[in-house]
Design a protein around this ligand. Structure first.
Ligand code: H79
Length: 603
């Protein structure tokens, strides 16, 4: 055994969880707003019961699908600075171009979105099937897209447009019965001398971050939660280290509206109501948590000229299904131009997603994750109520033999039908699960949905992971059974960049295993995604009486992951097997192991 580097140990300790933060009393009552509560404003929801929390989050869990909007004075140039394209997302233009404050502020003079119509804008979200909108009230550039009362760097006072866009949107959302929320970048502010992030403008006469928070962020957030009616979500972004006073002052403000839902990005230890994933869908859902994936419809969050990287309608619909099948929400971003309109490809996709939702929305709204995770034909969402369970089977790959197997489900079937058209489908209960007979043709090019209702709560025999049609099986760390010394920290599940790995693997006796099933015995290539800090290490991979020994060279550090080809393994019999990864005791140096993949070898 070798001692680990201090940095690794500290990183591991940090993963044990954020420290509990106590809250100091202070701040905020607002006189005019009826939805404001004075009850314990300093620690919003601290005394809430589980039932109260469920009630507060009910609309958001039910709604599943929201619109994110990035709009600011950067949108006027479409991310072009002096006619030049800058790398990355357009809302980062000021930082990427190292644009001085005095120069960047002038983009406000060009902000005049005369084609903007709040009612039409909200209607587009609604028609797409979205149940909430979250819009950038202030991004890192510091410009307020509302009539800020504490400084005039805002859309009302500093632009020819002169209208409070947030007020118009808030009202349109109220009218059209869709929830409204604010994005607010609370720590970064490239305009204020106390904000984080602006290291390029040498004219800044620095003040403390506390001064920025107390003089700008706090009054602005307070105004947003006071003057704009009921706010569904307050979406913080890019946590930075600030004083406890600053954190608590901001945190306490969300107590102004007792029903507001917040994300997890205020700061470490302030977990909010739900976890966020940015730009990607996690491989597995976080356990026991509400969560949301935010993603731009194209490449950039803010409108960017030349960004034609629009996700296809199929991808958007399948992302929504994928996320819902794991129990999460999808916050899909659109990027208004300086004129206040969306580009045609975005409008078209929103319409198409809406058409799919019009027919199939019941398979998304109000659903929860289903335990049927590995389905070779698609995805599954679930609803349980009144002593019955409905499974929504999202069929991506229409079975050639017309039989859709819902593996392992033992419940008594009540009914099965297609959501599109309502045709009733015959079913048969078999040893392998419920087989639904499908018509010859899929009903939908993106995902056809079968509604299968069964008696009672779901009784499903957990099926072992098996190979997909391409002959690949990925076994991830979070699904592994870890044989380690009970109570020891060694060889345990940890994470880097939110991707789980088996780490701190100091004990050369510890091993990791997965059960799996194969119907096709033969030779498999073994690949692993791992990191090694030492120059090399040695491990054994085995299944049944077959094994291979692999020497793996350093990947350059514990945080540096690589995919390594480890060799070939024979699997002699069809059926259930256990794949085991074990150190070679006298040649072992710790690894962090994210996954092992078996790929059927070409004959
Ligand atoms: O508002 C959107 C992003 O602007 C914001 N969060 C979403 C919702 C965000 N701010 N920072 N980050 C996300 C992560 C930091 C990314 C960075 Fe970069 C990588 C900063 C510098 C390098 C890529 C390149 C983004 C800006 C420049």
């Amino acid at each position: 055994m070798r001692p680990m580097k201090l940095s690794v140990i500290l990183a591991s300790l940090a993963l044990l969880g954020p420290s509990v933060v106590s809250l100091s009393p202070s701040v905020a009552t607002a006189e005019e707003n009826p939805s404001i509560t004075a009850a314990n404003p300093a620690a919003p929801h601290a005394e809430e019961t589980d039932a109260e929390r469920d009630a507060r989050l009910a609309w958001w869990r039910e709604g599943k699908f929201g619109m994110f909007v990035h709009w600011g004075i950067y949108s006027t140039t479409g991310g072009l600075y002096k006619g030049q394209k800058l790398p990355n997302s357009a809302e980062w233009m000021m930082a990427r171009g190292k644009i001085p404050i005095a120069e960047y502020s002038k983009y406000a003079d060009q902000f005049n979105p005369t084609k903007f119509d709040a009612d039409e804008f909200v209607a587009r979200a609604k028609q797409a099937g979205m149940k909430y909108i979250v819009i950038t009230a202030k991004h890192h550039d510091g410009f307020a897209m509302f009539g800020s009362k504490c400084n005039d760097y805002n859309v009302v006072d500093a632009t020819p447009y002169g209208r409070d866009i947030m007020k118009e949107l808030a009202e349109a959302c109220q009218k059209q019965d869709i929830r409204f929320g604010f994005y607010y970048s609370q720590a970064q502010d490239w305009h204020h001398p106390g904000g984080f992030g602006n290291g390029w403008d040498k004219t800044i006469k620095r003040v403390s971050s506390d001064e920025y928070v107390m003089k700008k962020a706090v009054p602005e957030v307070k105004q947003l939660l006071t003057d704009y009616g009921p706010i569904g979500i307050f979406w913080w972004d890019t946590p930075r280290k600030m004083s406890k006073e600053s954190f608590d002052a901001l945190h306490s403000l969300t107590g102004i509206q007792k029903n507001v839902i917040t994300n997890d990005r205020l700061g470490e230890g302030y977990i909010g109501d739900y976890k966020t994933f940015e730009r990607h869908i996690p491989a597995q859902a976080p356990v026991g948590k509400d969560w949301e994936v935010c993603m731009p419809i194209s490449g950039s969050w803010g409108y960017k000229i030349g960004d034609n990287d629009f996700k296809s309608t199929k991808t958007l619909i399948r992302n929504l299904i994928e996320i819902a099948s794991m129990g999460g929400n999808y916050l899909l971003n659109v990027s208004p131009t300086g004129e206040g309109t969306l580009l045609p490809p975005a409008i078209e996709r929103l319409k198409q997603v809406g058409q799919w939702m019009e027919v199939n929305g019941e398979s998304i709204y109000g659903t929860v994750a289903s335990p049927l995770e590995t389905l070779d034909w698609g995805r599954c969402t679930r609803k349980e109520a009144n002593g019955e369970t409905t499974l929504y089977l999202h069929v991506y790959d229409w079975p050639a033999d017309g039989k859709l197997l819902v593996p392992g489900v033992k419940n008594n079937v009540q009914s099965a039908s297609l959501l599109d058209g309502g045709e009733t489908l015959p079913t048969e209960s078999t040893d392998a699960g419920i087989a639904v007979s499908l018509p010859a043709e899929a009903t939908d090019e993106y995902a056809s949905v079968v509604k299968l209702t069964v008696d009672g709560t779901l009784d499903v025999e957990v099926s072992l992971p098996t190979f997909n049609r391409k002959g690949s099986l990925v076994l991830t760390a979070d699904k592994a059974y870890i044989n380690n010394n009970e109570g020891s920290q060694d060889a345990a599940l940890r994470a880097h960049d939110e991707i789980p790995h088996v780490g701190y693997w100091l004990d050369n006796e510890a091993s990791v295993e997965w059960a799996f099933r194969t119907t096709e015995p033969g030779e498999y290539e073994v690949h692993a995604v791992l990191s090694v800090e030492a120059p090399q290490t040695k491990l054994v991979i085995s299944a049944g009486d077959q094994s291979l020994t692999a020497e793996v060279k350093s990947t350059g550090g514990y945080g540096k992951y690589q995919e390594k080809s480890l060799g070939r393994l024979k699997i002699n019999e069809p059926g259930d097997h256990t794949l085991r990864v074990k150190p070679v005791a006298d040649a072992w140096n710790p690894i962090n192991l994210r996954q092992v993949e078996l790929r059927r070898a070409k004959k």
